[in-house]
Design a protein around this ligand. Sequence first.
Ligand code: SF4
Length: 378
Amino acid sequence: MGSKGLKFVAIEAGGTASRKPVDKGFFQLSKKYTRDFVAGPGQEPFPKWGTSVICEEANSIYTFPYKNRTEGRSPDVETLDGMRIVESFETRGGGMHNCLTGCIVKCSNIVHDANGEYKTSGLEFETLTMLGSNCAIASWEDVADLDRLCDDIGIDTIETGAAVAVYMDAGGMEFGDAEGTKRLLREVAEGTEIGRAIGNGAATVGRLKNHHRVASVKGQAIPAWDPRPLKAAGVTYCTSAMGADHTAGLIVDPGQAPEEFARASQESQILNAVVDSSGFCQFLMPNIEEIAEFYAHFYGESVNRETVADMGWQCLEDEWEFNRRAGFGPEDDKMPACMAEDAIGDEVKFVWDVPDEVVAATYTRFDPRDELFTARPS
Ligand code: SF4
């Protein structure tokens, strides 16, 4: 789309009736699922406080990147952690809400400023990490300002945080310069040379500044979840059609055995393809078995879990084929050299050291095992 100058496609649904389930059991299942979710996983942490409260945990496993990913932990984790945002609700207002009408999870926050005025919403863990810690910006309040700027300009906070960090690392600006970063983001809207580069993302900034440390795959910046301690997630970043996309199949398991990397990534990518194409939000955390049950009631016919998993696999194959025809090949399934060269961690040092053949194994389907159908999105 980009190469053809096409920015988006809008579909005017006006007056189109939504399709109704064939079997009324769909509504009963929906009610039961809601009741079980609210009483169980819907308690905390995400539904209660949002993804922003995961900073401390991420920091503990070296996946809270600092200073353009040269370290895996940030000294500012306490002042960036989303619990500070939660604490602000009491005095400033704001709170949790659903970003989609009817969603029972309500994991999105509304953030107010010190005067009790609306500042931004949906201030997520990824934003606090990439525009905060990764740029050595220490205060969640500054990150909230940057989040609002990204929303107004229409740019992604992960890619923008990575781009700013590359710019800082290349000597364009001091790490931690929050006000300078706000000015820089305004330049994106103004269309200056560096503003256009930041708007185009980390890889473009790296080329402009001739800088070696650019953590991206297929031109998409690596998100907060770091592939050095989380290697199966790294396999997803290498093989996802989008590039380093954590929503394509995140696996947060730092102790995973190497022989599990390819299979875990493949299973997670199948699950996420199924979840995305079913209309569930990943934070509702449905598994394939449950989605098959919903489909069966919706269409009024038998739908088994294997069929649904096959649809997810087909979706992945279609995306990979699209990439192949667009000119991508195995040489693009590479983690950047800086992930192998820059070690993070203290007693244990983490680098990207997953062999190419393990990455490539993700493209051949493993025999389905029970975990594929029962695992939930990370
Ligand atoms: S679960 Fe998804 S749709 Fe619901 S509030 Fe969270 S991000 Fe929005």
